[in-house]
Ligand binder design. Sequence first.
Ligand SMILES: Cc1cc2nc3c(=O)[nH]c(=O)nc-3n(C[C@H](O)[C@H](O)[C@H](O)COP(=O)(O)OP(=O)(O)OC[C@H]3O[C@@H](n4cnc5c(N)ncnc54)[C@H](O)[C@@H]3O)c2cc1C
Length: 639
Amino acid sequence: MIAGWQTLFVIACIKQVPDTTEVKLDPEKGTLIREGIPSVINPSDVNAVEECLKLRDAHGAKVAVMTMGPPQAEDALRDLLAMGVDQAILLTDRTMAGADTFATSYTLSTAIKRLEKDEGLADLLFFGKQALDGETGQVGPGVAARLGIPIITYTTRILTVDPQGRTVVAVRRTDDMTETMKVPMPAAVSVFENVNKPRRASIEGILRAQRAEVRIWNKDSINADPNKLGLPGSPTIVRKMFIPKPRGRGEIFDGRNDPPGAVGWLRGKVLSSRPFSGKTTAVSTTITEEIQPVVKRAPDSDRRPVWVYVEQNEGRAASVSWELLGAGATLAKKLDTQLEAVVIGYEVEGIATEAVDYGASRVYLIDDPLLKHYRTAPYAKALSEVATSHQPEVLLIGATRNGRDLSGMVATSIRTGLTADCTSLDIEPDTGLLLQIRPTWGGRQLAMIVTPKHKPQMSTVRPGVFPRPPKSHRKVEIVRVKMDFEETQIPTKIVDFEWIERSSMLQESDIVVSGGRGLGSEKNFQLVGDLAKVLGGAVGASRRAVESGWADKEIQVGQTGKTIRPKLYIAAGISGSIQHLVGIEGAETVIALNADPEAPIFNSCNYGVIGDAVKILPLLTEELARERPQGAGPFDGEV
Ligand SMILES: Cc1cc2nc3c(=O)[nH]c(=O)nc-3n(C[C@H](O)[C@H](O)[C@H](O)COP(=O)(O)OP(=O)(O)OC[C@H]3O[C@@H](n4cnc5c(N)ncnc54)[C@H](O)[C@@H]3O)c2cc1C
């Protein structure tokens, strides 16, 4: 802690994760082969450490790294000592095993308090934006909530750290804007991989790291309550794991020696897909009237509602909220209870009315000038307080960046479990529990997770997973809730913000044309843009295309990118890895263009052309440009 002559003290919390690219499927048993998988330091955590080291270079900060993990995680800490950190702490104890994000944030925050006894209060805590294995992004907000400090999540640039003024100014990127935020220290920051370029360890660093002490702490070292650690301390429980079912092998045209033939065939498939033909295919809107309760209850029993948090910022509602009202209606029917919504913001009564139109039977509206722009602390206070007073059974939140930021903070504050990135939700007939299904192991496996003992059962769901329900105009109660907010109590100040251009809002487009590494160059990647333009759609990219520098990370489709639900998805030069496919599960028609007849994408598409995308794409674009298809148009997205 800085005071007079003292220096900054900063801590990076890091995680050693399995390299999920190495996980293979046993073709006979259909199970994952996990033995011998190498471990790596979670990539964005290395950026968190680099940010600490930059503070040492600039301000002489004292840098500690901390991890909770098995004894082998000491290797990761030594790698970071070699990069130059001053001290490393490994939290390892059998009682800590099996921790979910709730128990992990308890363990880390308890250990941070313990470390602060020796070193003085930490000025800044750094986290990677999310871990590769769990992909939740919940631990940073959870630790910040437990320590009662502000957090800036999804940071892309740290502009200033002012040790005298005791403030941090940083730029964060949400799904639809860039924001410059200022918070007082002590504070937490979670960073994207693009925030900096981590330094390499020097030879002296490596030698020093071999001799350096790694402090190894168990539950007694940090004076932790064993009931709050590991499995006993985790509100969420993995019920079972299973392998996702692929879309199935599509109808394939071999265009290797016949590019013009391939173009004609593709043209037919594109024009008969729903954006152009108007036909309704497999994906239907939710027909909740047909859904029967699955839980038997006495007529006078206590029926807690299903809640959806309706996300908005500056008066613009996030479309995922409407999708969640559709999913929530089904869950409420199964639970034989009401669907309700919460709207937080300023001058957002119109959004509350819209939530009614999308199916909410009651809306709690917290409307206050201090809530005009999303900020974690007042929004978390509002949602936590209203949820504590009304005790919903289930609380669904969109897995947008702000939704994750908020849900991590709220779940920790109201002491309940949170399952991130669910791709399917259901109600278990016997118990009435929410069955939350989400991808794990880099999307290679699905986990069914329950929160048996805590309420509300909280889940986040990515945009595009559920269809938007139809709207119907109804009149129901909007309950205005008053909260006491004072600007002086809100640590975070918005210095500036800017909306991101709509053209990058991939998730709202009915038509997406994506390119992968198979396109071979940045110039060829533009061919997907040309086709998208003619079709009136958006451009997407595989992770490899993003990593090659041909496309912005914001348009990456897949597990670590966006989940999308277009009516037509065209994948050119994309192999079809499971991590890519989890992002397009909800796509109605998938058309693949790949040179390799064995490419996995052909097992997960409706139509496929074997052939050279670089030759076929411009011909197809030219053909379609001549007869500008009817029905095309960007963002004509209402279902
Ligand atoms: C934890 C984790 C998360 C991940 N998240 C994502 C994610 O969100 N999104 C994502 O996309 N990936 C993700 N990945 C990476 C993923 O595993 C794959 O590596 C990636 O999707 C491959 O990208 P690609 O298909 O463009 O490249 P490649 O796998 O290299 O495939 C290129 C394809 O192009 C074909 N090709 C080559 N030349 C031509 C040509 N001229 N015409 C047509 N086809 C051609 C090849 O046959 C090949 O099938 C993740 C990985 C991990 C471990």
